[in-house]
Design a protein around this ligand. Sequence first.
Ligand SMILES: NC(=O)c1ccc[n+]([C@@H]2O[C@H](COP(=O)([O-])OP(=O)(O)OC[C@H]3O[C@@H](n4cnc5c(N)ncnc54)[C@H](O)[C@@H]3O)[C@@H](O)[C@H]2O)c1
Ligand SMILES: [Zn+2]
Length: 368
Amino acid sequence: MLSYHPPMELTRIGVTAAAGAYSVIIGGGAIESLPAELNAAGLGPRRIIVSSKRVWKLHGKRFRHATTERVPVLVDDGERHKNLVTVGKVHDALVKSNADRSTVVVAIGGGVIGDLAGFAAATYLRGIRVVHVPTTLLAQVDSAIGGKTGVNHPLGKNLIGSFHPPSLVVADPVVLDTLPRREFRAGLYEVVKYGVISDPSLLDRLRTSLPAIVAHEPAAVAPIVAACCRIKADVVSADERESGLRRILNFGHTVGHALEAATKYRRFRHGEAVGYGMLAALSIGVVRGVTPPALYEEIQSLVAQLGPLPRVSDISSKTVLAAIARDKKVVAGKLHFVAATSRGHTTTLTDVSEKEIRTALKTLGLRA
Ligand SMILES: NC(=O)c1ccc[n+]([C@@H]2O[C@H](COP(=O)([O-])OP(=O)(O)OC[C@H]3O[C@@H](n4cnc5c(N)ncnc54)[C@H](O)[C@@H]3O)[C@@H](O)[C@H]2O)c1
Ligand SMILES: [Zn+2]
């Protein structure tokens, strides 16, 4: 039996995109209103759900009323299935069900499902509409908003993709109930990121309400999701294509992505790598004199409070530096590095040297 959660007040945030504005609806019980929201946004008549086997088994019953097709398209999720083969399976299903240009893909799952279903929608008939119903904390606070879609190439993460903003996002913290602890915590590091780059009250909230947050209490989680969505919505509305402001969202991601790549995406959950990446960025900032040491200490203790991170002592700095050199954040040979200047404010450094990164990696505990 599914437990009944009375709908809480829903938060509605608008996002502007070149392809058209869309709403992000957040709150406990928000998925109850999914069919009505789809109707109100003119998203139909045909809706095809794309989800993962695991998510559907846990939550499928909640969504039966949202689709016009009897059978959803179920694919495997997890990073190693985020590839063109899985996208092909979604295309096959769309073709077989005679999906046309008015058909809407409703992606229900974590960031992997969102990214790959979004890309399948972006490429089917040169683009059909997609709605995101994110079911991990990471997807709710980050990946569902902003229109980045895509899959991995055997030689690198997210190398194949396109911008394809959704037509609606519905984020309901109630579905996070079933999320494994580690997955939930991984999303919290992204919340820390929003706290550092834009809204320090998130840092205070994490510190003071952590027990209620990790207990997945919707009343504690929903305002956090809403605050993060608001920041992401504002940032991508101002800079959809990441030519400037959107880069602040990469805080902690230069070293974070490199740690993921250096360990072949097997050791860290993305957020965990970002946890280390933020500490690296803060320590570079401190050495540079742009980041107050107190901020480094605050985030270090908050990251420690969130729980243990996978070990890094056996990872060589050399491998991580090589991965940084291949990163998408290298623009015309220069690495764009986001550093924090105070709680809620950042600056971009364009001249961070290999030596500075090496020192930061040593501080994290990596081997030379
Ligand atoms: N498009 C963007 O802007 C953007 C931003 C950040 C991250 N991403 C991408 O997001 C992906 C990571 O997303 P993720 O962390 O959500 O991982 P994920 O989609 O792999 O989900 C993690 C695990 O949680 C399970 N799961 C999902 N919802 C659940 C639920 N409610 N209960 C129980 N289990 C559940 C999944 O089956 C999976 O095993 C990466 O591929 C990353 O590149 C994209
Ligand atoms: Zn991230």
